[in-house]
Design a binder for this molecule. Structure first.
Ligand code: MTE
Ligand code: MO
Length: 372
């Protein structure tokens, strides 16, 4: 069993798959803290978790022509200036289970919890690439990452991001060795992972082994044959993965974490809580909440840290206390967020349905009963 050596996990996690391990925190725990505690941070593994020795660990950076290749120990990485940044990570498949309700899709049945937020610390990728002789170039280039996790044929997890993002000091791309002040937990990439603020989780390669700069995107399955969006009309017979770009920045997203669907709430007043986030550093400027299925709306209060324009890498938690209209027996609670590009979430799932069940960001709806 290649999974026999996987780490022990927190019992509160809702497991979507045991081997490889995929799990999300229950919604009410997810928004209890702005920073998600490490033990309940959602976990998305495609392969067994490698057990890496921090003393012999080396990160291989392929050098630029005329530059030098680097073989960096953990100590070497610690010798680069240390940066710390709060970043929300979301899987492209977050809320896939709502797409399944429209029509079957291929993928894990994530509910609203394939998203979490941590303070990550490490060396800046741009500093390490510069040391290996890399510079921004006019022609298209990509930074390819390879993990040290691999399948029985020896194929490693891999992904890439455009060089321009990697070299931009303002983009905050990290080779992270700390998560919330602790060494990375094994499930989250010990000893080193990439953190790409504002970009889909799939590019945040864990157990990082190798970094190279290439004229083309990573040839990894997960870059080229997965994590892409398609029209609702495309099926597995007609899909052409080369025709769509790989997902990088994600669209605006929000979800209700309290109350839960099917719950009974007190009459009088109801407290509604949730999260909102957008990709590419776009700040959430507003969350609208409806108690009547979207006929009328109220603006929620945004909690947590104020966000810098174009560098809003982390989510906002939000809440709304609202009177329950007298005589109501049930409520159809809905939320939708707006980002600083005035991008909004689509109202229903069907028009954004896609065969892989990614990019699921329709208005989130929760139906509750009101106690008599
Ligand atoms: N990196 C490696 N090496 N192997 C993986 O399976 N999964 C990716 C990404 N990095 C993965 C990986 C995906 S799809 C996501 S959503 C994030 O890691 C999840 O990170 P987390 O498990 O720390 O939440
Ligand atoms: Mo993912």
């Amino acid at each position: 069993d290649p999974y026999a050596d996987d780490p022990v996990r927190h019992p509160a996690l809702k497991v979507n798959s045991q081997r490889p391990f995929n799990a999300e925190p229950p919604p009410e725990l997810l928004t209890e803290n702005y920073i998600t505690p490490n033990p309940i941070f959602f976990t998305r593994n495609h392969l067994p978790v490698p057990n890496l020795d921090p003393d012999t660990y080396r990160l291989h950076i392929v050098g630029a022509p005329g530059g030098q290749s680097l073989s960096l120990s953990l100590d070497d990485l610690h010798n680069f200036p240390k940066y710390e940044i709060t970043v929300t990570l979301q899987c492209a498949g977050n809320r896939r289970s709502e797409m399944t309700q429209v029509k079957e899709v291929k993928g894990l049945e994530w509910r609203t919890g394939a998203i979490s937020t941590a303070r990550w610390a490490g060396a800046r990728l741009c500093d390490v690439l510069a040391k290996a002789g890399h510079q921004l170039c006019e022609t298209e280039a990509h930074v390819c990452f390879e993990g040290l996790d691999s399948d029985p044929t020896g194929t490693a997890y891999g992904a890439s991001i455009p060089l321009a993002r990697a070299m931009d000091p303002e983009a905050g791309v990290l080779l992270a060795y700390e998560m919330n002040g602790q060494p990375l937990p094994r499930d989250h990439g010990f000893p080193v992972r990439v953190v790409v603020p504002g970009v889909v989780g799939a590019r945040h390669v864990k157990w990082l082994g190798r970094v190279s700069v290439q004229p083309e995107e990573s040839y990894s399955h997960w870059q080229r044959r997965d994590y892409k969006g398609f029209s609702p009309s495309v099926d597995w017979d007609t899909v052409d993965f080369d025709s769509a770009p790989s997902i990088q920045e994600l669209p605006v997203q929000s979800a209700i974490t309290e109350p839960r669907d099917g719950e009974t709430v007190e009459s009088g007043e109801v407290t509604i809580k949730g999260y909102a986030w957008s990709g590419g550093g776009r700040a959430v400027i507003r969350v609208d909440v409806s108690l009547d299925g979207g006929l009328t709306w109220q603006v929620a209060k945004l909690d947590g840290e104020e966000q810098r324009p174009r560098k809003a890498w982390a989510w906002r938690l939000w809440q709304l206390q609202a009177p329950v209209p007298a005589g109501q027996k049930e409520l159809n609670i809905v939320c939708k967020a707006v980002d600083d590009g005035y991008n909004v979430q689509p109202d229903t799932v069907a028009p954004i349905w896609n065969l892989r069940g990614v990019l699921s960001n329709a208005w989130h709806r929760v139906h509750v009963f009101v106690a008599p």
